[in-house]
Ligand binder design. Structure first.
Ligand code: GLA
Length: 727
């Protein structure tokens, strides 16, 4: 049993393989948080302390007891109105226009299997792999209910949380704030690790101490965003990659979000993850309910690598879906950086032929194949194949490409419209524009109102009509601007539109996945602007960044790896000099960095030297050898490329008999010192052979001292060791 209710102590305890989470229904019906950490048995309510604390009020039923205050007690779902002045997880505007909620325990149930969420992405599991706890809380005055859902996946050290607000009151209410995950920790001193960035430089890792005052990250962009990722970590100050306590929260949601971390007046830490409060006021009539997206939580007492591995395993095998979720993905060539908008059917075929000759497995036709789309100024919304440009039908083009032994994939951007398009001329009200205001433009495009079903239905039909023209085996779903001018002509309340937009997006994706179960969909939003666990439910890989420079990618992929598995990280070899930075790097270095993801190419192969082509052939053979290990192995960050002399990472097989260590040098000096790369995750004191050189290494020495990185001429050199256990 992973969920246990103890009648005597009124505790509900959730056990995973290595962790325990405990809550208690206290004497007044409040649901208090007791513990989340390393496996622990028994009742932990001794952790609660009671003192008379000035200006921390007391619930009425505590009568003259001034030591009982919600202002200091750790809670599962704090709201406004109970005397807790810390940041709440929930704010409801009641029928009487007040903002107080006082949620008390009503009942709970424990079920086999993991709950699912209608219309929303969520972790899934077989009935015997997970259990669900449902706790019903209600405000005795308004009748409004908060139904807390906990999914427990013991083998993955993962707990998921979601909240359903049920308007069981007699009038209209609105949900103003909702954070399905709250973690109140009475002890400890933590750092808040977040992933910030910008277009073409996403998910840089920032680690800062949690102090007094609330540190808040989030996105007001209607998408999860390049600027902050909806995943955070709370790590003890001294936690490292392989030691110390740390917690992760990953939001399974692709819209605006916020995460808040702060210490209260008694140095207790609260961490919240939920939906963005801005422009959010979800209306609920009597009887209606609002289901929040879910948050995946994990805890590791063995440092950050273990925490990441927990998330990777769960996302890879219990969130990603479809034929490709655990299989090695086809090696693709994408046409974007090869020719941008400037192509003809013949030039595409010439590129495809080169790809086929080199051993690439799939050709992806990126932007520019539809409507009048010869630049980014026009055409979005007109999902009609430009046969004049292709010189043939799409079906014919695909047949020719298939005839070369390549699969075929295509780029789409369904959520957008250019003002210069037939669609916009016909349906100007389908784009987000506030009446009386001129809209914000971004990349010359406006956002279609996907909160409206008729808009989603229309685009869906058009996209399917394209996909039905031939043997399409891959789709790149792009989204190239942030939302603005939020106004929906048909919505009863504008405070629901941003969330309904995300539901519209998910509805479209679900229908697509259902209708084309064999198509591999890659998510994209100007690279990694919507790189989140919500999208991964539909698209098992996401284009990690529009920045294909391998040295910048070291940092981007480093930050991404804290939460997301390598199998989800879209990574391509592109041209040198790089189109984003102008940096020169070798084909070998570019290949190694791309191999730490889904691996593909995005450059004009016709312009390559014979030597580079030979290197590509070698790379492809090598990738095939290691792809399964990269996709399913345990991932270790061996250095921090933000501060170290090199980017280094490692994939270790589950049985620990095999490991691939990859290193790219960053800074170069004359008369260099030797860097030792410490190798982790191998069996203790065991001999391993590097299959590339045949040399033998002791695993304990590899961990304690490391493998010396050869000093080579030139910058940005790539190094690799493939260790196989001698036993
Ligand atoms: C975005 C994507 C790119 C490419 C272009 C096409 O920027 O991230 O990979 O598909 O759009 O317009």
């Amino acid at each position: 049993m992973s969920i246990i209710y103890d009648e005597k102590y009124k505790t509900i305890t959730l056990h995973t393989r290595n962790t325990t989470y405990q809550m208690q229904i206290d004497r007044y019906g409040f649901l208090l948080h007791l513990y989340y950490g390393k496996t622990a048995e028994g009742c932990m309510d001794y952790l609660l302390t009671y003192y008379d604390r000035g200006f921390s009020g007391n619930p009425y039923e505590a009568e003259t007891d001034r030591t009982y205050s919600m202002d200091a007690l750790p809670q599962e779902f704090p709201s406004l109105g109970t005397g807790d002045y810390r940041t709440p997880a929930c704010i409801i505007k009641n029928t009487d226009r007040t903002y107080a909620s006082d949620f008390r325990y009503v009942s709970h149930t424990i079920k086999e299997g993991k709950y699912s969420l209608p219309g929303l992405p969520a972790v899934y599991a077989d009935t015997d792999e997970a259990q669900t706890l449902e706790v019903v809380l209600a405000d005795p005055v308004t009748g409004v209910q908060a139904v807390l859902l906990y999914g427990v996946l013991p083998q993955y050290d993962v707990i998921t949380r979601s909240v359903k607000i049920v308007n069981a009151s007699k009038g209209h209410i609105s949900v103003k704030k909702l954070a399905p995950a709250c973690l109140d920790l009475v002890g400890g001193a933590y750092d808040f690790i977040t992933f910030y960035g910008r277009h073409a430089m996403e998910r840089n890792c920032q680690r800062m101490p949690v102090g007094h005052g609330v540190a808040k990250i989030g996105s007001l962009r209607g998408t999860s965003s390049h600027q902050y990722n909806p995943a955070v970590i709370l790590a003890e100050h001294d936690a490292t990659e392989d030691a110390g306590s740390c917690y992760a929260m990953t939001f399974v949601y692709s819209g605006g979000f916020q995460s808040e971390a702060g210490q209260d007046q008694y140095y207790q830490t609260r961490l919240l993850m939920g939906m963005s409060e801005e422009q959010f006021a979800y209306p609920l009539n009597p009887g209606e309910q609002f289901q929040s997206p879910e948050v995946i939580l994990s805890y590791s007492s063995e440092g950050l690598s273990k925490l990441s591995q927990n998330m990777h395993r769960c996302i890879r095998s219990h969130l990603c879906r479809g034929k490709y979720k655990e299989t090695v993905r086809p090696i693709l060539l994408n046409s974007w950086e090869a020719s941008y908008f400037d192509f003809t059917g013949d030039s595409l075929l010439a590129l495809a032929q080169q790809a086929a000759d080199l051993g690439i497995e799939m050709f992806v036709l990126d932007d520019g194949w539809f409507g009048k789309r010869d630049s980014d100024m026009r055409g979005l919304g007109d999902w009609v194949v430009n046969e004049e440009k292709l010189g043939c039908t799409l079906g014919e083009l695909i047949e020719k490409i298939n005839g070369m032994g390549l699969k075929f994939g295509i780029w789409i951007e369904p959520e957008m419209v250019n003002e210069d398009s037939d669609l916009y001329r016909e349906h100007p009200d389908w784009a987000f524009v506030i009446p009386g205001r001129r809209p914000n433009r971004s990349r010359y495009q406006l956002v279609l109102d996907f909160s409206r079903k008729e808009v989603v239905d229309y685009i869906y039909e058009k996209i399917c009509a394209v996909l039905d023209q031939g043997n399409v085996e891959y789709v790149k779903w792009d989204m190239n601007r942030s939302l603005a001018d939020i106004y929906s002509a048909t919505a009863d309340s504008q405070g629901r539109v941003l969330h309904d937009y995300v539901l519209g997006l998910y509805d479209f994706l679900e229908r697509l996945v259902d209708r084309y179960p064999d198509i591999l969909i890659e998510g994209c939003s100007g690279g990694g602007g919507r790189f989140d666990a919500g999208m991964l439910y539909y698209t098992p890989q996401i284009w990690c960044s529009d920045n294909t420079d391998p040295i910048d990618r070291l940092e981007i992929q480093y930050g991404t790896s804290f939460i997301y598995p390598a199998s989800s990280v879209g990574a391509h070899v592109s041209a040198s000099p790089n189109h984003q930075t102008g940096r020169l790097t070798s084909m070998k270095t570019r290949g190694m960095v791309a191999m730490a993801g889904t691996f593909g190419y995005e450059l004009n192969l016709n312009e390559l030297s014979a030597e580079d082509k030979e290197e590509i052939r070698r790379q492809i053979a090598e990738y095939k050898k290691y792809a399964a290990l990269v996709q399913r192995g345990d991932y270790y960050r061996l250095t921090n490329p933000q501060t170290d002399n090199q980017g280094a990472w490692e994939f270790v097989s589950e049985d620990r008999k095999e490991a691939l260590v990859q290193v790219v040098g960053i800074r170069k000096h004359a008369n260099m010192t030797v860097d030792y790369i410490k190798v982790r995750g191998l069996k203790e004191n065991t001999m391993y052979r590097d299959t590339e050189t045949g040399m033998l290494y002791n695993s304990t020495a590899l961990r304690e001292v490391g493998v010396p990185k050869p000093v080579l001429e030139g910058e940005y050199q790539a190094y690799q060791w493939h260790f196989v256990c001698e036993d």
